[in-house]
Design a protein around this ligand. Structure first.
Ligand SMILES: [Fe+2]
Ligand SMILES: [Fe+2]
Length: 519
C-alpha cells in the first residue's frame, strides 16, 4: 500500500482523494464518521516508526510525536489476529535536543515472536494512527541465507548520502550494520544532539528503518563528549553487557552469524587505561558463541592506509583487540573512520596469510561524509585496480559457510567483490591436541576434533544410528567415513566404528573444502 492510501478503523483501504471527500461530508475530525471511525490522522509524528533490536523472538518499535499519550503497537503474523503492546514514553525538551519543539519518544518492546516470520504492524497514539500510510512489516531473524548492508561515516547531508540511502532501500536487506559516525556537526565542531540524528540519520533512512533494523556502532563524531543522543534514539541488545555500558557495545545472532558491535572510542580507551570491562566482556562473548561466523564491527580500523591510520584509538585496536580477534577466530572485522573503501589482505600474527586462516579487515567509511585519500601500502588489497576513495556501501550475502561482500559505489557501480569461505582447519593451539581418540584407535572409540570452520552450524545427532554427514560436514579415518555425534564450528565428536592400526589419517570436509592430519 502506498503513502497515498489509508486503513480505516474498519480495516478498509481508502485513497487520499476518498478521504478528502468523506472529510468534506463528515467533518474534519470524523469522530462520528461511521466509515473512518477514529482513523483521521491527528498525531503530529516527528519521527516515523522504526524497528530496533529485531531478533528471532523480539523487536522494539520506536517513534516520536509532539503529543503525549498512550502509544500502542499492534502486530500480526497472519494479518487477521493482532496483538497489542503498550509503549513506554519519554519527553525530550527542545532545550536538550536542539529541536524546535518538545517531543515524546515512544518505545514498544515486543517479545514472544516466531523466528524467520513475517509480521505486519501498526502504530497509534491515543487511538490515532501514527502512520496513515498503512501497515508496516518486518521479518524476524531465522535460520538460512540472508543479506545485510554495511555503511559508515554517512551523516553529512550530502547528495551521495541520499543516493546511497535510496540504494539501500531497494536492496531490502535483513539488517543494516553502521560502522559509526552516524552524524556530523556542520563545520566539524564536536558535539551532537537529537536534532542532528533526526536530520542526518532518520530523515535519510526512515523508509528502510520502518522494516529493517539498523545495528550501529559508536564513532568519534557520535561522542561529544558523551554519546547520550546516540543512545537515546537506539534500542540495542543488552544481554550480558555490564549495566553501565549498555548500548555502547553488544552482540547478537542472526542465522549462523554472531555479530559483535564494539565501542572503539570511550569504552576501549577506558578498558585499556582504566580497567574498564569491555575487553573482558569481548573475550567471554567470543568464548561462548557456537556460531560459524564471528563478525566484529567497530569504528576504528586497525589495518587501513589513510590519514587516520595512526590515530590514538586505532593503535589501541591493533594492540589490544586484534590479538583477541585472532585467538577466537574472528573471520571478518568491519570498520569505518577512514572515509574510503579499504580491504586488508587477510592477517594473522602480523603476517599476511590466506583468507582461510586470517582475519579479513574491511573498512567502509564512504557513506556520505567528505572523502579521504587511500595510501598505497601493502596492507591494503586494492579491489580490481579501481580507486577506492569512493562514496559506497557494502552488500553482504551470507550463504552458510560462505560470505560474499560487494562494494557498491553511490552510482551503482560495483568497485570490489570479495568472498570469504574458510576451509576447515585443525586447531593450531600448541596447548591442545587437535584430535583425541578415547580410549585409543579401536572400534567404538570416541573421536574429538578441535579446530575452526568445522561445520556450518551446531548440530547434534538425534537418530539411533548416528549419521556420517551432519551440518554439511563429513569426517573420514583412513578414507572411511565415521559416525558423527556432534558438530560445530570449533568441535566435532564422532565415533570410530572400526579399529585402526599403524598410520591414522583424519580428514574433515565441508562445502568449503577439506583438511587432513596424519599421526
Ligand atoms: Fe568519519
Ligand atoms: Fe570517525
Amino acid at each position: 500500500m502506498n503513502r497515498r492510501s489509508f486503513i480505516t478503523a474498519l480495516g478498509a483501504v481508502v485513497t487520499q482523494r476518498q478521504l478528502r471527500r468523506w472529510r468534506d461530508e463528515y467533518g474534519e475530525f470524523g469522530l462520528e464518521d461511521p466509515v473512518l471511525g477514529l482513523a483521521t490522522p491527528a498525531v503530529t509524528t516527528t519521527r516515523y516508526p522504526y524497528v530496533q533490536n529485531l531478533r528471532s523472538d523480539r523487536i522494539s518499535v520506536l517513534w516520536a510525536a509532539l503529543e503525549s499519550g498512550t502509544g500502542i503497537v499492534e502486530y500480526s503474523s497472519d494479518g487477521i489476529n493482532f496483538n497489542g503492546v503498550t509503549a513506554r514514553s519519554r519527553t525530550f525538551t527542545a532545550a536538550e535536543t536542539g529541536m524546535a519543539k518538545d517531543f515524546v519518544q515512544y518505545q514498544a518492546n515486543i517479545t514472544g515472536l516466531q523466528p524467520g516470520t513475517d509480521y505486519l504492524y501498526r502504530v497509534s497514539v491515543n487511538g490515532l494512527e501514527v502512520t496513515p500510510g498503512g501497515d508496516m512489516r518486518f521479518r524476524t531473524a531465522g535460520p538460512g541465507p540472508f543479506n545485510f548492508i554495511v555503511l559508515g561515516d554517512s551523516g553529512y547531508a550530502s547528495p551521495e548520502q541520499y543516493a546511497i540511502a535510496q540504494k539501500i532501500l531497494a536492496e531490502k536487506p535483513a539488517l543494516v550494520i553502521h560502522t559509526g559516525d552516524l552524524v556530523y556537526n556542520p563545520g566539524g565542531a564536536p558535539g551532537t544532539n537529537i536534532d542532528l540524528y533526526q536530520r542526518n540519520y532518520f530523515n535519510y533512512y526512515y523508509q528502510t528503518m520502518s522494516s529493517v533494523p539498523f545495528f550501529p556502532t559508536i564513532g568519534n563524531h557520535d561522542y561529544g563528549p558523551t554519546a547520550a543522543p546516540y543512545m537515546a534514539v537506539h534500542a540495542l541488545p543488552t544481554e550480558n553487557v555490564p549495566p553501565g555500558d549498555r548500548h555502547k557495545y553488544y552482540s547478537f545472532d542472526w542465522s549462523n552469524v554472531h555479530f559483535i558491535s564494539l565501542d572503539g572510542h570511550e569504552s576501549l580507551e577506558r578498558a585499556v587505561t582504566a580497567g574498564g570491562p569491555m575487553l573482558q566482556w569481548l573475550e567471554n562473548d567470543l568464548r561462548s558463541t557456537r556460531q560459524f561466523w564471528r563478525i566484529v564491527y567497530l569504528h576504528y580500523p586497525p589495518f587501513a592506509a589513510g590519514p587516520n591510520m595512526n590515530d590514538y584509538h586505532s593503535a589501541f585496536v591493533r594492540d589490544k583487540l586484534v590479538p583477541i580477534f585472532e585467538n577466537y577466530g574472528v573471520q571478518i572485522v568491519l570498520t569505518g573512520h577512514e572515509h574510503s573503501y579499504q580491504r586488508s589482505r587477510p592477517i594473522r600474527k602480523s603476517a599476511f596469510v590466506s583468507s582461510d586462516v586470517g582475519t579479513n579487515y574491511i573498512s567502509s567509511g564512504g557513506g556520505g561524509a567528505f572523502l579521504y585519500p587511500v595510501y598505497p601500502l601493502p596492507v591494503v588489497a586494492f579491489g580490481q585496480g579501481r580507486a577506492d576513495n569512493a562514496f559506497h556501501y557494502l552488500h553482504a550475502e551470507v550463504r552458510e559457510t560462505r560470505i560474499t561482500f560487494r562494494a557498491i559505489r553511490y552510482d551503482g557501480i560495483e568497485i570490489d567483490t570479495y568472498t570469504v569461505a574458510p576451509r576447515p582447519a585443525f586447531s593450531d593451539d600448541p596447548t591442545v591436541s587437535p584430535v583425541v581418540m578415547t580410549p585409543g584407535p579401536t572400534a567404538g572409540a570416541t573421536v574429538r576434533i578441535l579446530g575452526r570452520a568445522l561445520a556450518a552450524e551446531e548440530t547434534f545427532a538425534c537418530t539411533p544410528v548416528p549419521p556420517t554427514e551432519m551440518g554439511g560436514t563429513t569426517v573420514t579415518v583412513n578414507g572411511n567415513p565415521i559416525q558423527l555425534l556432534y558438530v560445530s564450528d570449533s568441535q566435532i565428536y564422532a565415533q570410530l566404528p572400526f579399529s585402526v592400526d599403524g598410520n591414522v589419517t583424519i580428514r574433515v570436509t565441508t562445502a568449503n573444502g577439506s583438511s587432513e592430519m596424519s599421526f
